[in-house]
Each structure stands twice: as C-alpha cells, then as structure tokens.
Design a protein around this ligand. Structure first.
Ligand code: ZN
Length: 511
C-alpha cells in the first residue's frame, strides 16, 4: 500500500452546554492538558509517542507505508459551546489544508464527537459533512472519536469508519487512532464496508461509565469478540452535558455484509438493555464524604469531586467539598486542582514560606458558589510545566500556568491544596508530585475529576468514592435542565452509604 497519501487533522472539543465560558480561538491555540494548536509538520513532531489518537494513527500509518500529510491539530479544554468564530476559522484552515495538499487518497480526522458550536449542535457531523463535500464520495474518510462521543447519523453517514475509545479512563487513545489504519487499507483496496448504526434508549452519567466496572467491562468485550469475525463494532457511551437530540450512547458496526453488522449492533443493544440495572450511579453527599474522611485506613481514600471536573467543562474552582472538610476538622487532606489564577498570583507575590490570606475558588461567577477565606502557608511555587507520569497521559506535558502548593493554617483541619492558572483536570499524581506533594503521604485525596483519575490514583488508594458537591458538570441527570435530549434517564439501583455506622467500610446496596 506504499505511496498512498493520507491527509490527517484533529479538531477536538467536548462541550458542556452548562459550562461557565465558551471556547474561542485562543482556547484552541493555547496549551492545557494537551498541546496547543499544531500546524503541518508539528502535528507529528509534537505528538510523537503520546497517548493521543493522532499519534497512534501516524505511527501505524507510517509503519504501513502510507505517506502522512499533516494539516493541523488542536483541542480546547472542555467548556461551553465553541464560538462560531473559532469553529469557522479552524474548519477553514482544515478544509483549505486538504484542498492544498495535492493528490490525496484518504483522510483521517482526530475528533471528539461531543462538540456543540454556537451554530451547530452536531459539530463533528458538520465537520465531516464539509470534508465529504470537498473530497467527494470516493475518497475514504475515517475518524477516531472519544468514548464520550454523542454519535449522530450525520457523522456515520459522512465517515466511512468511526473508531471509538474502548476504555474510560481513556488508556487506548493512540490504539483507537491506529485502528483506522487497517480499515483505510481495506477501503483503499476497494472493499466495501456496510455500516449499521443504533442508539441506546437511556443516558448514562459519566461517573457511572467506568469501563473497569460492571456492566461496561462486559459490554466492551463484544467489540473484541466481533473483531475475530472481521466485524468492527464501536460503542460510545455519550456525553450527558451536551444538550442536543443525539446525546447518549450508541453503537455502529462495519462489516463486509450488512447482515453481519446488523447482528453485531443488535447484540450490543440487547446487552445494554439487559444490564441497565447494573449501572451504579451512586454518589456520596457532602455529609457522607465527611464521615468517610474520618475513617482510619492503611491507604488513602480518594474523594472525587465529580461535578467540578475541568475535563468535562467544570470550572474546577467550586469549594463545597473544601468547605465541609475544613469545617469538620478533617486531617491529612490533599486537594486539587483549583483553577484560581488570582490566588496563585498572590501566592507568587508572597513567596515560598510566606503566610498569606486568600479567598480560594469561586472565581467563575457560578451562581451560589462562594470562596473559602482562610490563611495559608505557601509551601511551593511553580511555573506549571508538569510532565505526566501516569498510564493515561504518561510522556505528555500538562501546562498549568503559575501554580502554588498551599497549606491551611490556623484551623484544626489539615488541608494542603494545589492552585493552577490554567484549567486542567486532576487525573495524574504528577499534578501533585511536580510541586512537592506526594499523594501517598495523605489519608484523604480529593480530586476534581470524574473517572480519569482512577488510572493513576486507584493503584495507591484503598477506596474511591464519587462525591456530589455542586458544580457545573452535573452527574445527577435529573437536575440538568435539558431542552433537547430524546433519551430517558437510566433506571438503576440506588447505592446508599450507611451513615449510621461511621466506621463501616461497606456500602449498602438497595436493589
Ligand atoms: Zn472522554
């Protein structure tokens, strides 16, 4: 398959329609959890070896003998809608790049699948429609999507193949990009792949989508089994904070015969329906989180502030959990990452070792949120270049802006926390260790993350709990003021922590 020229590009955004701020062009240009905007050769040189779809695709494509023609790659930290200006500018660069790339035999796109723009509810459907319009029906167009994609019929129509992550935490991003390569080979060899697309009947909150737990550990076995029969089955679990008619889980299968693809998607849908009651949507209340923080343990307990996850459009500056832990006199607590550029700047002005009075958090003007006013010792300061060490992003670099490690003083409670100046999801132990705080040395680790933190924190944790503290990324779907969704909320069992026994390590299941 030598000498086939494949144009590659990436344009990623996961849109929380209830986020505090929109994603403008500058958000796509700047570095955050991922690199800033990459143009032409940078797309390859700046992502090489990283667990990113575009990196996995490029490596596999080169090994196959494809000539890769990089155009651009960019992403913005999840937030409210992508501005029309950003969308049109980046789409324009992408389409212009394809037009100027000369003879192209195929296209690979690194997309998310849950982008909502000011003008288009189905951002990726519109990107794929425009790309297809330019290249025509005969040039294969393949794309990789996030497991949180809200896949639409429009996306399926305009792409010859969509590969989708199969793990949450997303450990298989590069692998998902690479899966597009053999499919492109088949398409370029003239094979026809029939596609069948189905949507699931109910939504799944993200804190219940962990693929290491039931029922998703079982559901994600199916694509592996189908692959042995040369059927490509892809499953998305959806992103619940994007409010449009196609929000929700779905599956799409590709096979040489349409009947094979139909059988595959039916089996997947049937398993989703059969296993609905196994989905665990439970969260601890703040009062329950305080009780948990008081239990003595050999290993740290992780309290996940799941509704303030920057990686899902949260502001990463809500203070509900911090306030109750201080009030209750909690001991040996580590917490991060607070997006608070103002306080980080004040800590830098004060200097390491100084005592400084700060109003932590609540800078995003979310209704009902207030800062925590207290005195802190500045333990350490940093410039925010943080090399990930965990399995999910290891090798990549987080750009956190000015950072500060702080220790609460003048209170019974023992709390250390990390401030950043650029919003990042707290999912890697390096977010703490790079500024001198080792999570292993604490009894309670509070992370502003929904599920990704599990990859790097579960290995050192005794137990992990999702906590329901107010934030811009609602995991309690009943509280989201949806206007467009078409699918129902899940019927799941309630899992309730037994608050009558503060020492109980067991959760009580009420079926
Ligand atoms: Zn995702």
């Amino acid at each position: 398959m030598a000498n086939k020229r494949i144009a590659i590009a990436g344009f990623q955004h996961e849109t929380n329609c209830y986020g505090a701020t929109k994603a403008g062009l500058i958000e796509f240009e700047m570095a955050d959890s991922w690199p800033g905007m990459l143009i032409s050769a940078q797309v390859i040189s700046e992502t090489e070896g990283m667990n990113l779809p575009v990196a996995g695709f490029t490596e596999a494509a080169k090994a196959t003998g494809f000539e890769v023609v990089p155009i651009l790659w960019c992403s913005a930290e999840p937030s409210a809608q992508v501005s029309d200006h950003a969308f049109e500018t980046i789409c324009g660069m992408l389409l212009d790049g394809i037009c100027k790339a000369g003879q192209i035999d195929g296209i690979y796109l690194d997309l998310h699948g849950a982008m909502v723009t000011e003008a288009f509810a189905d951002g990726e459907g519109e990107i794929l429609r425009r790309v297809r319009e330019i290249v025509g029906p005969d040039v294969p167009v393949v794309a990789s999507l996030d497991l949180h994609a809200n896949v639409s019929a429009q996306m399926v129509e305009h792409a010859d193949y969509l590969s989708i992550f199969r793990s949450y935490p997303h450990l298989d991003m590069a692998e998902t990009g690479a899966r597009c390569v053999p499919v492109l080979q088949r398409l370029l060899a003239g094979e026809t792949l029939h596609k069948v697309f189905r949507t699931m009947p109910y939504l799944i909150p993200l804190h219940a989508q962990h693929t290491g737990s039931a029922p998703f550990n079982e559901i994600y076995q199916l694509p592996v089994r189908f692959e042995r029969q040369k059927i490509l089955a892809e499953i998305a679990l959806g992103f619940t904070a994007a409010d449009f008619p196609d929000t929700g889980p779905s599956c799409v299968a590709y096979a040489a015969r349409a009947q094979q693809a139909t059988v595959a998607v039916e089996e997947i849908v049937n398993l989703f329906v059969a296993r609905e009651a196994d989905i665990d949507c439970s969260m601890l209340s703040l009062e329950e989180a305080v009780l948990i923080s008081r239990q003595s343990r050999e290993k740290p307990v992780v309290l996940a502030d799941v509704q303030d996850n920057a990686g899902a459009g949260g502001t990463s500056d809500t203070t509900g959990l911090l306030a109750v832990l201080i009030e209750s006199g909690a001991k040996s607590v580590l917490m991060g990452l607070f997006h608070d550029p103002e306080s980080a700047k004040e800590a830098h002005v004060a200097g390491e070792g100084a005592l400084v009075k700060l109003a932590i958090g609540a800078k995003s003007n979310l209704a009902g949120h207030v800062p925590v006013n207290a005195e802190f010792e500045v333990l350490a300061l940093g410039d925010g270049a943080c090399r990930y060490t965990g399995e999910m992003y290891g090798g990549g670099v987080a750009t956190l802006g000015k950072t500060a490690a702080l220790r609460l003083v003048g209170h019974e409670a023992e709390v250390d926390l990390v401030l950043t100046s650029i919003r990042n999801q707290c999912l890697d132990r390096a977010h703490f260790t790079h500024i001198g705080l080792n999570p292993k040395n604490y009894s309670v680790i509070c992370v502003k993350s929904t599920t990704h933190f599990r990859a790097d924190f579960e290995p050192i944790a005794g137990e992990v709990f999702a906590v329901s503290s107010p934030g811009a990324f609602l995991c309690d779907l009943e509280k989201i003021p949806y206007t467009c969704i078409t699918r129902r909320l899940p019927k799941t069992r309630e899992t309730v922590f037994d608050t009558s026994k503060a020492d109980s390590k067991k959760k009580i299941l009420i079926l």
